[in-house]
Design a protein around this ligand. Structure first.
Ligand SMILES: *Cc1c(COP(=O)(O)O)cnc(C)c1O
Length: 448
């Protein structure tokens, strides 16, 4: 039963119970208080299936409670996946110039192309793809204001009956977007939603998801991986491309962290694999490499060779649908910000982005080596800004969170927040100042 908050109290109650009152909590209680006979708009009932923003609010709650009882303690936050270092000078200069240009009648820009300016799409095509042997044309690149929204909005052009696979643990955006658009059932006690195929990634399988046992149509992959920090070799990616081709499936490949890859043998793009142009969409972002989390610029690659099918079996190309979607629902990224993003591809910009990446990766190395010295098993952090830690025996993910918070005054992220198979793990982020990272490691060493 879908969420119909309508005329009679009975309907309200039935709707509540059909979602399972445990998931509703305060919403359930509020609904009992409203006058169900007054007319009211219907809400999207799929939103009521969401587990009430479980992870980050719970972290915030525990941090607040600790801070209130220990007001003198200063906490070091290695939990959130946000960058900390300033924007590269090349990007700032380009944006300042763009602002001045906008202040002249010749240089003023109104609405730009919804797909992004051609100079930015050309720079991306050349530097990110052709330079690595991937034939991705500027036309196949859609500039946007973020990968988070793109990886969620892509569901607009995909049918509702597709069977979907995600890894476990996973970047929560993929799962929640599917829930919101009605592509799942309810969530079970484990936190897993009915209707999704979960592919566990744990130390037992070397953080390499096995191919799904049942046929799936959509597969979300993220490499370098958030949260585990794992990367995929050419052979591992080829396994997914082969699966997608055999099953007419579509891979949604999130490469937001490609700039952090240090090992030259690891592919940066899914299009480095033969056949991927026929079965994969790729999401990229300037958020993590160039520090654009607050500036907002990203892009999505939709090859013209990608096909889906209509209910009547007719072949439809996905590029046209996404182009139509973007032209209708999106009005482009600001001229100023696109100028800033284009500067990432200048020789100065490349150098400065490289320095930023090296800075964070040196943090990751410090975290890895300190924690391994303490006898902890650590993964990731070699080609990704996340270190994924196996928590010591005798505690679970939240237990380790509480221990680090109260004893070392360091905030991290419990692995179980990213999925049932993240239980027993803990994520530390390398996005912080050197001083904070070193102090956090000293505090952990002193207390563990
Ligand atoms: C940070 C991140 C992104 C980037 O999102 P933006 O909206 O471009 O800032 C994409 N995917 C993953 C997995 C991320 O962690």
């Amino acid at each position: 039963m879908r969420g119909k908050i309508k005329t009679t109290l009975n309907v309200v109650l039935i709707t509540c119970y059909s979602y399972g009152s445990t998931h509703l909590g305060s919403l359930h209680r509020k609904m009992l208080l409203i006058d169900a006979s007054s007319p009211m708009v219907q809400v999207n009932g799929n939103y009521l299936k969401l587990k009430a923003g479980y992870l980050f609010p719970e972290i915030a709650r525990r941090v607040r409670a600790f801070s209130e009882s220990h007001p003198e303690t200063d906490l070091i936050r290695l939990g959130i996946g946000d960058v900390t270092e300033p924007l590269p000078l090349a990007c700032r200069d380009a944006m300042k110039d763009a602002i001045d240009e906008m202040g002249t009648s010749d240089g003023f820009h109104g609405y730009g192309p919804e797909q992004g300016y051609s100079w930015l799409r050309e720079a991306i095509s050349k530097s990110d793809f052709y330079s690595r042997g991937c034939e991705i044309s500027p036309e196949e690149i859609f500039v946007s204001d973020g990968s988070k929204c793109d990886s969620s909005n892509i569901l607009d052009i995909l049918g509702e009956d597709n069977r979907i696979a995600v890894t476990d643990p996973v970047y929560p955006v993929y799962v929640d977007s599917n829930v919101m658009t009605g592509r799942t059932g309810l969530s079970a006690e484990s936190g897993r939603y009915d209707g999704l195929s979960y592919l566990p990634i744990t130390a037992a399988n070397g953080f390499e998801a096995q191919l799904p046992e049942e046929d799936v149509d959509l597969i979300y992959l993220c490499f370098p991986n958030n949260p585990t920090g794992a990367v995929a070799t050419r052979k591992q990616l080829a396994k997914w491309v082969d699966y997608a081709q055999e099953h007419d499936a579509l891979i949604l490949f999130d490469a937001a962290y490609e700039a952090f890859i240090q090992n030259d043998l690891i592919p940066h793009s899914i299009y480095e694999i033969n056949g991927a142009r026929e079965c994969a969409i790729e999401f990229r972002s300037f958020s993590k490499n160039a520090g654009f989390t607050g500036t907002r610029c990203a892009f999505t690659v939709i090859p013209k060779s990608l096909k889906g099918k209509a209910k009547n079996g007719e072949e439809i190309d996905l590029w046209s649908l996404w182009n139509r979607r973007q032209s209708t629902k999106f009005n482009g990224v600001s001229y100023i910000v696109q100028r800033g993003a284009a500067a990432v591809y200048s020789s100065e910009g490349k150098k400065q982005v490289n320095e930023l990446v090296n800075f964070y990766m040196a943090n990751a190395k410090i975290i890895r080596s300190h924690l391994s010295d303490l006898g902890l098993k650590v993964y990731g952090g070699e080609n990704a800004p996340y270190v994924w830690i196996e928590v010591p025996e005798g505690v679970d993910s939240w237990g380790f969170f509480d221990q680090l918070l109260s004893k070392a005054n360091v905030v991290g992220t419990p692995g179980s927040g990213f999925g049932a198979s993240g239980e027993g793990y803990f994520r530390l982020s390398a996005f912080n100042s050197r001083l904070n990272v070193e102090q956090a490691m000293q505090r952990i060493s002193a207390t563990l």
